[in-house]
Ligand binder design. Structure first.
Ligand code: WQD
Length: 338
């Protein structure tokens, strides 16, 4: 019995492959390497001793998806990470996002519906909440009008899965709504590999810390928060990866209460941009060069998870703090710049 991990060479995907292998699953990865590198396979092997099966394949090619599932009849579960995820780029190129994020999801679901039983874990995002009215955010917070085509693909993705599960009792799915993933594996063998100028805060911090970037721009300190900078729920990528394994096991062991469930995956703690910077300065012993600039369009003030459902129903809880995760992000940054 195999587990397919699409986008398994990516940041969250690779860490999830490691945790799947640690729990004894046989993994096959599909990745088109548009935002990742085949060398990540060696990093995974260095950690677990097992090199996962891998197929370089563009999931937008429907016949190739069909052919894959014909060749791998024993795939019992899929964890679907493969998607484009840059908010800004999605505004510039909406059709690229709808084709890549929605088209590929439909092709995979069609294949899973042919099976007698299938488990499906969907990579969703707290982006679906937009600026939630109440903190911390619970799963029944209203899904607001998406602020970007990227966020819309996550909302639409959940709806497509829900509609499919309604008429396909053999398909059991869980959507995991990630908050802000960060960090790198403790081994230093895998981590985040942003291409070009990082969009996200943490890699920009570590690249500034190591001198690759001159200065971090803090997008606004006039928000209605204690220190004026935006608040997010920064979750360690290994904690996040483990949530995927727990979710998959829930479905495979038929512990799910319905055939489509949604869980927030965060630490439950909100941290501001300035607090993230302070955690970097503490773990690195370096002063970070940053300046306050104008707000970034589309940013929300605050988002952090109510983790009650994940803790009580899913049986998962984040174990690492922002500081511990930042430490691993920093160790990784130093290693890849060696
Ligand atoms: C975090 C905070 C910025 C960079 C995005 C996506 C979300 C998910 C995670 C994919 C914000 C501030 C950032 C910088 C800064 N992606 N910041 N200077 O926007 O919360 O979430 O990434 O699933 O869907 O929306 O993450 O890391 O970009 O920003 O001040 O150079 O850091 O304003 O307050 P975000 P982020």
């Amino acid at each position: 019995m195999k587990v397919l991990v699409t986008g398994g060479l990516g940041f969250i995907g690779s860490h999830t492959v490691v945790e799947l292998q640690n729990k004894g699953f046989e993994v096959v990865i599909i990745d088109d390497c548009s935002n990742s590198d085949e060398n990540v396979l060696d990093g995974i092997k260095a950690i677990t001793g097992k090199k996962p099966l891998y197929e370089k394949l563009d999931l937008k090619e429907k016949h190739k998806v069909e052919n894959f599932f014909q060749r791998y009849q024993d795939v019992a579960g899929v964890i679907h990470f493969a998607a484009s995820k840059a908010v800004g780029e999605s505004v510039e190129k909406p059709l690229l996002y709808y084709e890549n994020n929605i088209g590929t999801l439909v092709y995979i679901l069609k294949e899973l519906c042919k099976k007698n039983k299938a488990s499906f874990i969907f990579s969703s995002s707290c982006t679906v909440y937009g600026q939630a009215d109440k903190m911390p955010i619970t799963e029944d917070a209203p899904v607001k009008v998406a602020e970007s085509p990227y966020g819309n693909t996550k909302q639409m993705g959940e709806e497509i899965i829900a509609d499919t599960c309604k008429v396909t009792p053999s398909l059991n799915a869980i959507a995991l709504r990630y908050f802000n993933p960060m960090g790198a594996h403790p081994s230093g063998e895998i981590g985040e590999l942003p291409i070009g100028v990082p969009q996200n805060l943490v890699p920009f911090i570590t690249q500034t810390g190591i001198g690759l970037r001159d200065q971090l721009s803090v997008f606004g300190d006039d928000y209605p928060t204690p220190d004026g900078t935006c608040i997010r729920d920064y979750i360690y990528v290994v904690d996040l990866a483990k949530a995927h394994v727990v979710a998959l096991e829930r479905l495979m062991n038929e512990k799910n209460e319905s055939n489509f469930e949604v869980f927030n995956v965060g630490t439950g703690t909100g941290s501001s941009v300035l607090e993230a910077i302070k955690s970097f300065e503490k773990v690195s012993g370096r002063k970070l060069n940053y300046k306050i600039v104008d707000r970034r369009p589309g940013d929300i003030t605050s988002a952090y998870a109510d983790t009650t459902k994940a803790n009580k129903v899913l049986g998962w809880k984040a174990e690492y703090t922002l500081e511990e995760a930042m430490n691993y992000a920093w160790i990784w940054e130093q290693k890849i710049r060696d």
